[in-house]
Design a protein around this ligand. Structure first.
Ligand code: 13P
Length: 249
């Protein structure tokens, strides 16, 4: 069936030496697990992280990439560049990219296409804002994000897609979706994919939850039938916390 995944999104944290320290701690604390375990350090540390984890099951992934493969895009990093330093998976569509860097569904759709063209796996993030939930529009918003960015994909493309539902109101706020809220949305996401494609495809997609996952709430969230793991922000910056979350899967 579908894979269990726990991924740590380090965001803009950890310089080179702090990255080396955290990776050493992660290697020491890594438990036996059936889950895929990933970390996403900043661009500057990807190659070092990849090299130091070459003998480890922990995969190093990128937090973002540009939709073009090369060219006059000052300050940007492309899929072929990531591949050249050993990175085969990229997080796209994080709410911070959407909110602070103006990334919309159309742009994300182009980024997804470029990632797939370069044989990269995508962890695609999406989720409603607090205002949407207050207006009871969370299902509409989430369905729209999926449709606009992903539903042009062919069925076979989906073997390279992991979904990460991250309600914006739960990111970095300490406020987590309740296990029931997470399950309700994950089941809705799976049904939306089943309606657009088919049930077999929907059942094969790993859907991660992200938003204030901590060692003390991970097990309950992960126990939900449609929650296949987590995308972890703050708690991924501490090896013991992150590995406690890995153990909770
Ligand atoms: P927190 O776990 O810090 O809420 O962040 C979640 C997140 O944005 C992961 O991508």
């Amino acid at each position: 069936m579908r894979n269990k995944i726990v991924a740590g999104n380090w965001k803009m944290n950890k310089d080179l030496s702090a990255t080396a320290d955290l990776i050493a701690d992660l290697k020491r604390a890594m438990p036996e697990t059936e889950a895929e375990v990933m970390i996403a350090p900043p661009f500057t540390n990807l190659y070092n992280a990849f090299e130091s984890l070459s003998q480890s099951p922990i995969e190093v992934v990128a937090q973002n990439m540009h939709q073009a493969e090369s060219g006059a895009y000052t300050g940007e990093v492309s899929a072929p560049m990531l591949k050249s330093v050993g990175i085969n998976t990229v997080i796209l569509g994080h709410s911070e990219r959407r909110a602070y860097f103006g990334e919309d569904d159309k742009l994300l759709s182009a980024k997804v296409d470029t990632a797939l063209k370069n044989d990269m796996r995508v962890i695609f993030c999406f989720g409603e804002e607090l205002e949407d939930r207050k207006k009871e529009k969370e299902f509409e918003v989430v369905a729209g994000q999926l449709k606009n960015a992903l539903f042009h994909l062919k069925k076979e493309d989906w073997s390279s897609i992991v979904l990460a539902y991250e309600p914006v109101w739960a990111i970095g706020t300490g406020e987590t979706a309740s296990p029931e809220q997470a399950q309700e949305m994950h089941a809705f996401i799976r049904k939306t994919i089943a309606d657009a494609y088919d049930q077999e495809l929907a059942d094969s997609i790993s859907i991660l939850y992200g938003g204030s996952v901590k060692p003390n709430n991970a097990a309950e969230i992960f126990s939900q039938p449609d929650v296949d793991g987590g995308l972890i922000g703050g708690a991924s910056l501490n090896a013991d916390d992150f590995m406690a979350i890995v153990k909770a899967i």
